[in-house]
Write a protein that binds this ligand. Sequence first.
Ligand SMILES: [Zn+2]
Length: 553
Amino acid sequence: MSLINKLATDLSEADCFDDRDGRPWSTAYEHVISKRMMSEHPLAAIAEVRDTYQAASAPYRVLYDGQCEICQACVSWLKTLDRDKQTVCLTISEEILSALDSRLSLDSCLKQLHVVTPENEILVGWDAVACLARLFPSTRVIGSLGQWFPFRNVARSLYGYVARNRYFLSKCRGGACVVAKPEAVRRQARLATFWSCYTLGFFIRLPLVLWAGVKAGAQRASVFVQTYHKRIDLLSGKLTILFLNGVLPNSVPLLFGELFTTLLYDGIAIDPGSPKMRRSLERHLLRVKPEIIKIVATHAHEEHVGNLNWLSDFSRAPVYVSEMTGGFLTPFKTLPWVRALIIGQPPDLKQPYRLLGDTVETKSGQLRVIRTPGHSEDHVALYDAGEKLLFAGDAFMGSYFATPNPDVDSHKWLVSLERLLALDIEIMVEGHGHIYTLRADIPDFAGVVIRQDPKTAIREKLTYLRWLREQIVAGFEDRLPVRVIEATCFPWGNRSSWETCASDECIRLLSLGHFSRTELVRSFVRTNSDALPTVYEVRLSRSEEPPQPPVAS
Ligand SMILES: [Zn+2]
């Protein structure tokens, strides 16, 4: 077995935190925190494979305690600093140590950091930290000073203090849990342990969280500027994407990254935006002068349906919606004030409107109408089999979308994604300005065209949602509070959890809690199938009593 294969096996096992050495890893938190999220999260799995492949070639091998929050947080820092992939981080296990170097012992590795250099020198504790620090420009000074008296002596004693006490600080995954029998520990005490550990992990990574937030903000601003009042003509003019803007709606692409669009495809106008984007839409239409024969809405969210009446008057084309969407639009419910203020309250849909059947005739062909509940109960996607083109509306929303709104039913979303996966798709156009395709006839457009096979993207989302479902069901079975389940869905050990943390919390704050990571947990326990947009069908207990397990669906 090659070293790479050996390490691949070892790594996948090592990250499972088995019940070895009689450690009581069986309490609810440890079970959910360690075993499930660290080993089965798709992102963790991808990272493991990447690390494994680097193991044979990366010059510096870093051995760390995967059960310690402090060690894991330091690894997050190391991976961020190490842009040139000079290091590979391996969690400690007997198998990995013996595969790497016979001089390494489990006991000494658990006590302090060990680094094996390209020359097979083993550095320990502060000397290992200083050696790693010298690898990167931003920490080189610290690493260089740290080799010499008196800095070296001070740093060694400081390092020794933290290393000796890290189990005290990082109880949840560390050895301190050994003292307590899980059944005998009261809920409050275990919660405090869990949160102290989770909070510690957050604060050690806080500068990384903030930096990732700033970087993501800059990227969103750049895409916003490039798409401001723009349009893209594709497929020899058969498909046109109109980017919509408006004074207050502009805050959404800048803060959340979702662009507003109207799609024109072969005589069909799809999702004509909200009243506050009407001037932008009108300006586009006066310039393009498209022939519109039908207007279709994918679902009844305000940024998709607010201009249906107006566009119908403007173009003299009839409006087509699904029966359920029609019901939601007549009358349109009153939006929460923050959404009404920013996006705009749509008017009630004017009669007569037409109902979508199984297909919609376009100028030169037809689109299949596919029911895709999940993002909202009434959602439909449109599919052109000839062009292998899917108009997904909001039925995709990126592979790792983590802040859904209260309409989302993730069980239904999973079924809808499986339905979409059965289609032959080469181009997937989303409702918020992203196109997934590998096709060469779709030109590059930074921040809009994503060079990924649409079906791979859908598969990734399915894997992520299935992992979340397991995680959340396990959490409810273990009778964990919702906030704890939420935390277990975003373990700091997964890079995406802290990288998107600043943006996700910003979204939670600005939407007054309507779009949040908490909604992601709730989205797996919807019980009422007659979901109305923005109505909270499920109000989970906010009292001390843990919520009941969801009914499987
Ligand atoms: Zn939507």
